[in-house]
Design a protein around this ligand. Structure first.
Ligand SMILES: Cc1ncc(COP(=O)(O)O)c(C=O)c1O
Length: 380
């Protein structure tokens, strides 16, 4: 991308990456408008087929949002009132909300400092007779360590539902993250790597029965499963969203390539100990960098420095979920030291498919200079 000198470096650019798709989207919209098939038409059906194939699952069902996808996936996985779901506290609110909405109990275990994902070593000690599922979240697009997680789930007869809202395109040992777990869920919120122009979500299913049931539930049909009668409601993926997402999916590889280059530029300036490392190694892994993060003890000072240089940053998840009001319904297993430390130390740098590489170099250099100074002060 060409430089946009002196302009603010924004965290997102939702418009520029969409421009190569604009004419195709408008042409499709015109056709759609005149078709009269406004609800659950061809676009939703084709997107479901395309994403099921891309993620290596049996079937995929489009729903109204990533939050809705989580709720219905957990329900179909048999999560019932009083059950416990083990998950990470270092994630977006929806992860916890979906469990609480089912009158189940989120059980938080700590994360690994290197990848900020749930620490598989912490899961087993959190299991009780009420545990029904484990919900890993590939946070910021970094793969979760699925082999040990699935081994624990198999040993204790638990379901695995992956909250893949930030992980479309992420690979673990060469497999799409969506291929792990009984179900996984996508969000097409406009800032996601595979975006819509509004809300949308999807449940990726490995068991056809789950997909069939969710297809009914999302369109007002009651379903009997897990010795329970589930009510249907309205959670359909909108046809216009599906149309846009399909077009964007056609450019996903190109956009991911641009993100990868920005991430590589940042990597060249930021010491390894201050950024993402995969504890299970890089072989066969693909990080999609939904967000790029840097760890810094004086995080707020670094944030001020970047702000003063016209660079937007963000802080996620400070405090982590176990310190939110809704955590009154949750249980904490062990110390959540790393999640709290991440909340205090992690800073999100701008990354998107239209970020000029010169801007990425400028940001990288500023961060490098700050971290060098910090290290010198710490040693003096
Ligand atoms: C980790 C995670 N889970 C769930 C969601 C919910 O997705 P949605 O906003 O589509 O409901 C989001 C995103 O916004 C998310 O980042």
């Amino acid at each position: 991308m060409a430089s946009t000198n002196n302009k603010r470096v924004g965290r997102y650019d939702l418009i520029t990456p969409m421009l190569p798709c604009k004419d195709e989207i408008l042409a499709k919209f015109e056709k759609f408008l005149m078709s009269g098939h406004y609800i659950l038409g061809e676009e939703v059906r084709l997107l479901e087929e395309e994403l099921a194939e891309a993620c290596g699952v049996t079937d995929a069902v489009g729903v109204a949002s990533g939050s809705s996808a989580l709720f219905v996936a957990l329900a179909m996985a048999g999560v019932r009132p009083g059950h416990e779901v083990i998950t990470t506290p270092y994630t977006f609110d929806a992860t916890m909300e979906s469990i609480v909405l089912l009158d189940a109990v989120p059980v938080f275990v700590d994360i690994r400092p290197e990848d900020l994902n749930i620490d598989p070593d912490m899961i087993e000690q959190a299991i009780t007779p009420r545990t029904r599922a484990i919900m890993p979240v590939p946070i910021f697009g970094a793969p979760c360590d699925m082999n040990p997680i699935n081994a624990i789930a198999a040993k204790h007869n638990l379901e695995v539902v992956v909250d893949m809202a930030q992980g479309y395109g992420t690979l673990y040992h060469g497999q799409p993250m969506g291929a792990f777990g009984r179900m996984s869920t996508l969000s097409f919120y406009p800032t996601k790597n595979l975006p819509g122009i509004g809300d949308g979500g999807m449940v990726l299913c490995r068991d056809q029965r789950d997909a069939d049931r969710i297809r009914k539930i999302r369109a007002h049909q009651a379903v009997r499963a897990n010795d329970h009668l589930y009510t249907g409601w309205n959670s359909r993926l909108d046809e216009v969203q599906a149309m846009v997402i399909r077009v964007r999916h056609g450019r996903f590889g190109d956009e991911q390539g641009d993100r990868d280059q920005v991430a590589a530029i940042y990597d060249s300036y930021i010491p390894a100990k201050n950024r993402l490392q995969l504890p299970m190694g890089d072989e066969g892994m693909k990080v999609t960098h939904h967000q790029y993060w840097v760890r810094c003890t004086e995080r707020d000072q670094l944030r001020d420095l970047l702000e003063n240089n016209g660079i937007d940053t963000a802080v996620y998840y400070d405090p982590p979920l176990h310190r939110h009001v809704l955590a009154e319904y949750a249980r904490v297993s062990g110390e959540l030291t790393e999640a709290e430390r991440a909340g205090r130390q992690i800073l999100i740098l701008p990354i998107h498919a239209a970020l000029p590489f010169e801007d990425a170099h400028r940001v990288g250099k500023l961060v490098q200079g700050f971290l060098n100074n910090e290290a010198k002060t710490a040693h003096s």
